[in-house]
Design a protein around this ligand. Structure first.
Ligand SMILES: [Zn+2]
Length: 502
């Protein structure tokens, strides 16, 4: 019983969440094709023959939008525990390398299945493909989303420096043998990667309303300035987004100052890269000037509190971002570093991290601000402003149905507070995307999840074997990286700014 998108559907009997008002009044929703045509009081008139979707006893909220994740991470969940961001990057060739086209497809599909089951209808995804993205590789990811019926912006991560080349002094602490090994990870010259990105952007065949592209220079100092400019030019030429990890770890903040003599954000601004199409992932170590620049340019920050806690990166200041006029979205980050793709958990953590920063209650973000960030804020970062993130006429019919008989909602006191602080995905019953029920009675309707599990297990076994040499290399590198990088982070930030010449 999926809803064909070329016909009308009327959703009757539900309570419609108004996150700003902290209210959920009864109302019906008329869906024409993939779009919400009308919202009205119970008994709303529908065209003859419109399919009736029963939402009695349910709370309806706009699909959550994951502003930052990584498709490749889904095959690597659970592979590490005591990982800083720098150790995660060291583990990259082991946990994310050697992937076939099938692996890329399965990994994306698995993530999409998890997200729709947990009330998320669109994601900004930054997949990794080494040594550079190919049309087939990026399409394999895009088709994973399309198969499940989820929306995505797929932004292949690109760089022209390895992690070892990007961190000053790191190569020097490696043994000559290890230096030679990591030399083998060298990336393609930036012109080659830029040409490949251009091929991907030109050759894209998927429906851009469902799966579109963007460009992701992975971390600014992992890219030469020439390459950063080329990425910005490609994004501009093709009218797509730019997404990069900025000020995620303190190591990044310190190294950015060493590289540029100013913050990475100031550097990107001076290169002309900031704008409404630009998204910072994380932004834990942004200063007030950085936030002002992002706000003035209409840029977004995707806040990933679960990942920031898990990798020891710190607590991003969402209140300050909002005060500086930055558009804030919310994300989970990849399953390889924050374990699940649960946007309810991400919202709860966004609220809690704000509260954990200080006892100054006036600086805390409210649940409605978090819920708006995880819907409208993320939608704007994905380039879907005005079409995703709200239950309103003219918006896509991306709607989550929560069972109000689930303990999360007994009793129902304040729907916005409970959405952010109490709901954990357990009450998700149906999920509609573009008028089509991709989850119905807690089951994915579009793909065979049991078959997917078998295929993923076969991939896992194969990858465990093929990645053994990369794992062995990681085990030699980890103690060295694990000692060297925290040393950079222990420099007081104001001193590192001074040393960096800013
Ligand atoms: Zn990331």
């Amino acid at each position: 019983m999926t809803t064909p998108t070329d016909q009308a559907a009327i959703i009757r009997g539900g309570r419609l969440l108004d996150v700003r008002a902290h209210r959920a009044e009864p109302g019906d929703i008329l869906v024409l094709g993939d779009t919400i045509a009308e919202i009205g009081a119970p008994g709303l008139t529908a065209p003859v023959g419109a399919r009736v979707v029963d939402a009695s006893g349910m709370l309806l909220h706009p699909g959550l939008i994951n502003g930052h994740t990584h498709a490749h991470g889904n095959l690597a969940k659970g592979m590490g525990d005591l990982w800083t961001l720098e150790l995660l990057l060291t583990a990259g060739p082991w946990i994310s390398g050697g992937r076939t086209l099938l692996d890329r497809h399965l990994s994306a599909k698995l993530g999409a299945v998890e997200m729709v089951l947990k009330g998320c209808t669109a994601a900004y995804d930054l997949p990794l493909e080494l040594p550079m993205p190919t049309l087939e590789g990026v399409e394999a990811v895009g088709r994973g989303y399309a198969d499940v019926g989820m929306r995505a912006v797929v932004a292949p991560m690109v760089a022209d420096r390895t992690f070892y080349e990007a961190i000053p002094g790191l190569l020097e602490v490696l043994t000559p043998a290890l230096r030679q090994d990591v030399g083998g990870l060298r990336l393609a010259p930036w012109k080659t990667t830029a040409a490949s990105l251009r091929t991907v952007l030109h050759g894209w065949t998927l429906d851009r309303d469902q799966v579109r592209l963007a460009v992701a220079p992975t971390i600014p100092h992992h890219c030469s300035n020439e390459f950063l400019r080329a990425c910005a030019d490609l994004a501009r030429e093709h009218g797509v987004g730019l997404h990069t990890h900025v000020a995620e770890s303190k190591v990044q903040a310190v190294v950015g100052l060493q590289h540029y003599g100013k913050t990475p954000t100031a550097h990107l601004d001076d290169l002309g890269m900031l704008g409404p199409h630009f998204t910072v992932a994380h932004g834990v170590w942004l200063d007030g000037d950085d936030m002002q620049r992002l706000g003035d340019r209409g840029a977004s920050v995707c806040h990933n509190p679960g990942s920031n806690l898990r990798l020891g990166n710190g607590l991003a200041d969402m209140r300050a971002m909002l005060e500086h006029g930055v558009n804030v979205g919310v994300g989970t980050d990849g399953a390889n570093c924050s374990d699940n793709l649960n946007m309810y958990e991400a919202m709860r953590l966004a609220s809690l991290v704000s509260k954990g920063r200080s006892p100054d209650v006036e600086r805390w973000v409210r649940t409605d601000e978090v819920a708006v960030a995880a819907t409208e804020g993320s939608a704007r970062a994905l380039g879907f402003e005005g079409r995703l993130g709200r239950l309103a006429p003219g918006y896509k019919a991306d709607i989550v149905f929560l069972d109000l008989h689930h303990p999360n909602w007994i009793p129902l006191n304040d729907p916005t507070n409970q959405l952010v602080h109490t709901e954990d995905g357990g009450a998700v019953t149906h999920v509609m995307i573009g008028g089509r029920l991709v989850v119905e009675h807690r089951r994915v309707t579009t793909v065979d999840v049991s078959a997917l599990a078998r295929e993923v297990e076969a991939a896992r076994r194969r990858l465990t074997e093929t990645a053994a040499p990369a794992k062995a290399l990681y085990e030699q590198l980890a103690p060295l990286v694990g000692r060297f990088c925290p040393g950079l982070a222990h420099v007081p930030y104001h001193v590192s700014r001074y040393v960096g010449g800013a």
